[in-house]
Write a protein that binds this ligand. Structure first.
Ligand code: PMV
Length: 311
């Protein structure tokens, strides 16, 4: 095989991973619970090459970001091959839409299939984690879990077809601080970081129970608590990291407003200004109508659980 093309989807954490137990090995310090977003896609073609090279949306990326992944891959897969990967996404990259999760998952899958199609998915998830821990989860469609300190993610046997995720694109600009850098600053400087680790254990256990019961009334407040606790470590780090923009805050208030009207919708955010809102299918059109009326300038993407990798 000379070339392989794969498609993967980003992994949105409902219960967040933030901080590393081992920065060298990129092992997560908290357990995360996530959904792979159907319809948002990264498509990557991987070829053998004389040197490792990565192109994202036709622009050559700084290879330093990818070197730990390629070196780990070669060691683990027992190969000396080098790779060229060309990747494109149908959504904004490096803007807090988890493009690194689908990006590294696609790269790991592509390199693995090119080297040895029999490499198990669990190992590919582990390779992807070296690039970006959330990428370990993007190797599976639907709901996934990445346990703290675990080298690989696993799929959850949960079906919730009527769950919907509305993504409000507040800004298309690339973020100025990478999640990798921001979480290291949180870990090393925030006085609340140890409290975050403690709380995220509890949120993970409760979140898994609510997700297994497909109970959005129970899950919603846990989703909200998880991202707000995660951001509390960013706001209290030195220097502080603030990914939110004024429109992000307006959307958070608007979700609260919709809930007061009896509409079950819960927001979450990641390392960027975008706001992702979780609801059920039967409330989707009402929520979209209200959002379009209040924020006509903001583009909305609707997704649902899915997004299994395609070869
Ligand atoms: O995997 P990374 O380094 O892109 O970090 C992901 C961090 C969050 O998106 C904020 C949370 C998560 O669990 O995906």
């Amino acid at each position: 095989m000379n070339s392989v093309t794969v498609t993967t989807s980003p992994s949105l954490a409902l219960i967040k991973y933030w901080g590393k137990s081992s920065p060298e090995q990129n092992l997560p310090a908290t357990s995360s619970l996530a959904v792979t977003l159907d319809g948002l896609e990264t498509t990557t073609t991987v070829n053998h090459s004389s040197a490792d090279r990565v192109f994202v949306n036709q622009i050559e990326a700084d290879i330093e970001r990818y070197t730990p992944f390629f070196n780990h891959f070669r060691r683990s897969a027992n190969t000396r091959d080098r790779f060229e990967a060309r990747s494109k996404a149908n959504f904004p990259v490096s803007a807090g839409l988890a493009s690194s999760s689908s990006g590294f998952a696609a790269l790991a899958l592509g390199c693995s299939h090119l080297t040895d199609p029999a490499i198990p998915l669990k190992s590919i998830s582990e390779f992807a984690r070296i690039g970006s821990a959330s990428a370990a989860r993007s190797l599976y469609g639907g709901f996934t879990v990445l346990q703290k300190e675990s080298p690989y993610a696993e799929p959850l046997n949960i079906e919730w077809p009527d769950l919907r995720i509305v993504i409000a694109i507040v800004s298309n600009e690339q973020k100025s601080t990478s999640s990798r850098k921001a979480m290291e600053i949180s870990r090393t400087t925030s006085p609340y970081y140890s409290k975050w680790l403690e709380e995220s254990d509890l949120l993970f256990t409760k979140g898994l129970e609510a997700l297994s019961n497909r109970d959005l009334k129970m899950l919603g407040p846990i989703i909200q608590r998880s991202y707000l606790s995660m951001f509390s470590t960013m706001l209290t780090s030195r220097p502080p990291t603030l990914y939110w923009l004024p429109q992000s805050v307006s959307l958070i208030h608007f979700c609260e407003h919709m809930r007061r009207q009896g509409i079950e919708v819960w927001e979450t955010m990641d390392a960027g200004p975008q706001v992702k809102m979780i609801c059920l299918e039967h409330k989707l059109s009402e929520i979209l109508e209200l959002l379009r009326e209040k924020f006509p300038e903001i583009a909305l993407i609707v997704s649902k659980p899915g997004g299994s990798p395609k070869l």
